[in-house]
Design a protein around this ligand. Structure first.
Ligand code: AMP
Length: 401
């Protein structure tokens, strides 16, 4: 085992890789960067070295090997290459862990084979995550590689919440069940919320609203996830930037039989041309807010539909939890869009939810309470940090903590 105190966190997507080198002594970023347009022409690597500033590499990155080699060269320039003894582990974000991976896991050949077996349930994500792991293993074979799964925190979903009400045998044959995603964020944010309240996570019930371009809600009871809004795939649940969220599965048959759309076209419609984008032509909440303030009716409807769905989930998760100590907003929209928080909490005084309009308007990068002192349910904004959580879990695993 290495005696290092740094963890390199890799988040490999199909055409991009995000990376952060995190010092576990204080949680600071020693370096960070993003490689884009992998496998296309005109790739770009943007690197933030330890002294701040920024370096850019404009080149073609034909595959993940080329991208990660270029990242390694940048870290080398900072004197923090992959051969650095200060590196304790590489922590990989892996989207789908199926039912097997419910904890951060040290990568072995057998583990990698199992992650490959899960490609059919995460065809867009797991192949890229696997590529990231393979290249990192090749670049530094002796270094522990840890896989941290987006689904893991939701593995505790009780069976009635995890099952779709469809034929059991069919469901089991094709691994159809509700897995949930964004788990690393829900885990981090629910724990940070307990810390903000000055309470033990085992004592608090929290509704976490992760509202980014993708969006999901979860109900966390005493640190254990008991419900979440994404399901077999990240399509279920809230209205998102480009995804529809909940919709009658019957609309798939309707669009196919009556509209003549193919399965691939419907997939594209629901995943990439729906949500805010489908309703008003913009998937960025900033634009939606700006346009609706100017009286644009399509944008207003998109905002209202987004908030309506959110409120339905708040009510549902209130019922699931029975007692709610905190409702917490996180990710791009949740952390920044005061009007979304205001509309989501409006008129819920009977549920003990009393937003403080002034605190809600304060802009800050810190975790903070935005409800009135006497609100029975605390409403909070807690910035998410999935990379730090991946680094913490990876470090704890290699240190045997
Ligand atoms: P994320 O996926 O967490 O990076 O969130 C990205 C989304 O956050 C963007 O698509 C925007 O819709 C939203 N966002 C970021 N900043 C703001 C802001 N100041 N106000 C409203 N929405 C924002």
């Amino acid at each position: 085992m290495s005696g290092g105190t740094r963890v390199l966190v890799l988040n490999a997507g199909s055409s991009s890789v995000k990376y952060q080198l995190i010092d576990m002594l204080d949680g600071t970023r020693a370096a960070a960067g993003l490689v884009e347009r992998i496998g296309e022409r005109g790739g770009r690597l943007a690197h933030t070295p330890p002294d701040g500033g920024r370096r850019e590499v404009l080149a073609d990155f034909p595959d993940h090997t080329a991208a990660l080699s270029s990242m390694a060269a940048q870290l080398e320039l900072d004197g923090m290459g992959l051969d650095s003894p200060e590196l304790a582990a590489v922590g990989h974000r892996v989207v789908h862990g199926g039912q097997r991976f419910t904890e951060p896991t040290l990568v072995t050949d057998e583990v990698l084979d199992h992650i490959r077996l899960l490609i059919p349930v995460a065809p867009l994500h797991n192949p890229a995550n696997i590529a990231g792991i393979e290249v990192a293993r090749r670049l530094r074979p002796d270094l522990p590689q840890v896989a941290v799964f987006d689904t893991a925190f939701h593995a505790t979903l009780p069976e009635p919440a995890a099952r779709y009400a469809i034929d059991r045998r069919t469901a089991d044959a094709y691994r159809v069940r509700r897995y949930g995603f964004h788990g690393t964020s829900h885990q981090y944010v629910s724990r940070e919320t307990a810390r903000l309240l000055g309470r033990d996570p085992a004592e608090v019930n929290v509704i976490v609203l992760h509202l980014g371009n993708g969006a999901s809600a979860s109900a966390v009871a005493g640190g254990v996830c008991v419900e979440t809004s994404m399901g077999l795939t990240p399509l279920e649940g809230l209205v998102m930037g480009t995804r529809s969220g909940d919709a009658d599965p019957g609309l798939v048959f309707h669009l196919h039989r009556v509209g003549g759309l193919t399965i691939d076209e419907i997939d594209d419609l629901l995943n990439r041309r729906s949500g805010l984008l489908g309703l008003c032509g913009d998937n960025d909440m900033r634009e939606v807010l700006r346009r609706s303030e100017e009286g644009d009716e399509e944008a207003r409807l998109a905002f209202d539909a987004y908030v309506h769905r959110l409120r339905k989930y708040i009510g549902a998760y209130y019922a699931v939890l029975g007692r709610v100590d905190a409702i917490v907003f996180t990710a791009g929209v949740g952390e920044n869009a005061a009007p979304v928080r205001e509309a989501a909490c409006a008129g819920l005084q009977a549920l003990g939810i009393e937003l403080d309009p002034e605190l809600n308007e304060v802009r800050s990068g810190e975790a903070r309470v935005v409800s009135r002192a006497y609100s029975r349910v605390t409403v909070a904004v807690v910035p998410t940090d999935e990379e730090l959580e991946i680094a913490r879990q990876s470090f704890a695993l290699v240190r045997g903590a």
